[in-house]
Design a protein around this ligand. Structure first.
Ligand SMILES: [Zn+2]
Length: 98
């Protein structure tokens, strides 16, 4: 598995699917990787759940241009977790149908 340090994306490709960068390095277990884009409420709940299991996660506010322009609260988070937890967290999201 490769890792783009610019986007925090783990992928099987030779180049990053998001930015196209070709100088990817092998992913490490403690790299924070983009897991999903989640709604703000979902993100807050998920963070509490993960913390209770001692799984670290990072939520980065992510919104549409419209929201940003009018300075409204952002509706979404980008969720990052360590690579070692990535599959587990994705499974949680799949099971919960987020
Ligand atoms: Zn990238």
């Amino acid at each position: 598995m490769n890792f783009c340090e610019g986007c925090n994306i783990a992928c099987n490709d030779e180049s990053c699917p998001k930015c196209g960068r070709k100088k990817l390095r092998a992913v490490r277990a403690d790299d924070f990787c983009l897991a999903a884009q989640v709604h703000r409420m979902v993100g807050d709940n998920l963070k509490a759940d993960l913390q209770s299991e001692n799984i670290e996660c990072v939520l980065r506010p992510y919104g549409t241009g419209v929201n940003s322009r009018f300075a409204l609260p952002l509706e979404s988070y980008l969720l990052y977790v360590r690579y070692q937890n990535l599959e587990y967290v994705r499974q949680i999201l799949r099971d919960a149908n987020f």
